[in-house]
Design a protein around this ligand. Structure first.
Ligand code: AGP
Length: 611
């Protein structure tokens, strides 16, 4: 939702704060601000716009002080205004805070404060918090005690960074539901919403858990549990370097992340694949006995991760012979779906911070169901809610449109399916060996698809002036049709819908005319290939433009379609890892040709931590 960073140091911090908030901009970018503790008071600089734009006006780096906080916002309460930008300063001018999350009881708290005569400068929920801290500090013995008293009154989610002129070398950090990481620098301590903002200063971090409080000075770090007891937290060494979060020479993060997919698939499958079996790391707690005991799977996810779950449903039913269903997390959490014992709840999320998915998962845990997360961010909230986690190794995904996270989620689902089939004996050893071999070949087959980026860019030119598009797929590729449509609409703003190909005749075919591009996923599979050819002919008969995704060597499709993109032949079940790539590249090039902000599309943020 928003990004926060804070530093307490022996050296000036403003430039580092500005750079750090740049690395967090994908979390929200409608306004940005920096606050440092200067000798003559709090130096507050904030404005509306992206970091570079506001920094050019306010010169963040010149702010004095060796303690400070910064924030980039994706507004939830209050318009996009300078007053609503963070940091927020208490009326007495001595305390400043930054916040990521939503204070659900903020209206009630604000009414209480207004009744006591408080003056508010903004419409935000966050400003209520700085008033509560200032009020608590009048009787508390320390800033951390005041923060503890204030947050005890809060209902909702928060990651907070707090500084105060009364204790100018101290930085207080605490969280509930929203992510917050503590970094151990050289004669300095840092906090951030995401490790990407810390990597150039440290790779040693600690992930705070809910309602824990970190009290930081340049030379000390004390962490307290929700009851105020001092605790030791495990330190993690991050193996992502700053370059991994850079664009590596590509025009956009999204394009870099599309081309990283072969390597990230390798990183995700290699540690778990043996010649004849799949083995999960001991710290996942996933054993053959646990998988053998699963007799039903329910997936919980949102957005692109929901599309991955749709492929997972196909895999579990087709290969592991386990009934599966996919639930929108935002719907599941408000229903009383009967979940019989023996059901495995599988939550899928790139960020591990999607509020609806985490809330649905927490509900499943509360009901006593066995839970498993497929997640890309170590230490994220979801990984601490689920009983088991399979980490995807996609590395930081900065582009708002998810690409490598999606395909590594599919890779994790293939691993889980093979593991389940092994445990249950639903596939022969030969079939398992074939699957494992097929999976090992995927990265180099992906490279062959990505090598066609130039041709795909040419095809994209046919779509830049269109207002609509239809995506068709069958079986395991129906979720890929949905994913392709989402990619196009979320970054190029062209309206697009995905359908099972056979659904065309039940309504959508009325939309076909010469202005309607139809992207058809048509692998040469035995079951439905001929039927899909029929769908292509139906579209052509109505003057629609057909862009087909076909299997290398297919000589029929190019004669029917206006444009054909070939993907290498694979096992049918592995086909989604091939067919999604052209659709990712197609959406990227259409958006780029339309001059859209590919990495930061309008109205979207990378992590949706609001419900
Ligand atoms: C996908 O391109 C979008 N960015 C969005 O649908 C995303 O997949 C969704 O918000 C879920 O995010 P998560 O995987 O981090 O839970």
């Amino acid at each position: 939702m928003c990004g926060i960073i804070g530093i307490t140091s022996t050296r000036p911090v403003a430039a580092k704060l500005a750079q750090g908030v740049r690395r967090l901009e994908y979390r929200g970018y409608d306004s940005v601000g920096v606050a440092t503790l200067a000798d003559n008071g709090i130096e507050l600089r904030k404005g509306v716009g992206k970091v570079d734009q506001v920094d050019a006006e306010l010169d963040f780096a010149s702010a004095p002080g060796i303690t400070g906080i910064a924030h980039c916002r994706w507004g939830t309460h209050g318009g996009i205004t300078q007053a609503n930008a963070h940091p927020h300063v208490a009326p007495g001018g001595r305390i400043a805070i930054v916040h990521n999350g939503i204070i659900e009881n903020f209206l009630e708290l604000k009414e209480q404060l207004l009744a006591e005569g408080a003056q508010f400068l903004s419409e935000t929920d966050t400003e209520v918090v700085v008033h509560l801290i200032e009020r608590a500090l009048k009787v508390a013995d320390s800033l951390e005690e005041a923060v503890h008293v204030a947050t005890a009154q809060i209902v909702g989610s928060y990651a907070l960074g707090v500084v105060c002129l009364d204790e100018p070398d101290k930085l207080i950090a605490t969280r509930n539901e929203s992510p917050l990481v503590v970094g151990f620098g050289e004669d300095e301590h840092l906090i951030a919403s995401d490790v990407a903002a810390l990597l150039e200063h440290t790779k040693t971090v600690v992930y705070l858990d809910n309602r824990e409080v970190a009290v930081l000075t340049p030379g000390s770090c004390s962490i307290f549990d929700p009851h105020g007891e001092k605790i030791d937290k495990p330190r993690h060494e991050i193996d992502w370097d700053v370059e991994a979060a850079e664009k590596a020479g590509y025009e956009h993060y999204m394009l870099k992340e599309i081309f990283e997919q072969p390597a990230k698939i390798t990183d995700t499958i290699r540690p778990r694949l043996r010649d004849h079996e799949v083995v999960f790391e001991p710290d996942t707690g996933i054993t053959a006995d646990i998988l053998r005991g699963v007799d039903r799977v329910v997936f919980l996810a949102c957005g692109t991760s929901w599309h991955a779950a749709m492929v997972g449903e196909f895999l579990f039913e087709e290969l592991a012979k386990v009934p599966a269903e996919v639930e929108y997390a935002s719907e599941f959490r408000y229903r009383n779906t009967p979940i019989p014992p023996g059901t495995l709840l599988v939550a899928i999320s790139q960020s591990g911070e999607t509020a609806d998915t985490n809330a649905a998962l927490e509900e499943a845990v509360r009901r006593g169901n066995r839970t498993l997360a497929i997640c890309n961010v170590r230490g994220s909230s979801m990984t601490r809610i689920a009983a088991h986690t399979i980490h995807t190794h996609a590395g930081p995904e900065i582009g708002v449109a998810s690409t490598k996270a999606f395909t590594t989620q599919l890779a994790a689902l293939y691993l889980l399916t093979i593991g389940m089939a092994q445990a249950k004996g639903s596939l022969s050893q030969q079939q398992i060996d074939t699957m494992i071999m097929g999976l090992r070949e995927i990265p180099q087959k992906m490279e062959r698809v990505l090598d066609q980026a130039g041709e795909i860019q040419n095809i994209a030119k046919q779509m830049t002036s269109r207002s609509n598009a239809i995506y068709l797929g069958r079986g395991a590729h129906f979720p890929i049709a949905l994913e392709g449509a989402l990619k196009l609409k979320e970054i190029s703003y062209i309206h697009a819908e995905g359908y099972p190909a056979a659904e065309m005749k039940h309504g959508p075919i009325a939309l076909i005319d010469k202005q309607m591009p139809v992207i058809v996923i048509a692998p040469q599979d035995k079951l439905t290939y001929q039927k899909t050819l029929g769908n292509i002919e139906e579209v052509k008969a109505r003057e629609g433009t057909v862009i087909a995704i076909a299997t290398e060597g297919d000589e029929v499709i190019p004669r029917l379609a206006d444009f054909t993109i070939f993907v290498p032949e694979t096992l049918y079940s592995l086909g989604p890892l091939m067919s999604v790539l052209p659709l990712q590249l197609l959406s990227y090039h259409v958006a780029e040709l339309r001059g859209c902000d590919v990495d930061k599309p309008r109205n979207l943020s990378k992590v949706v931590t609001v419900e």
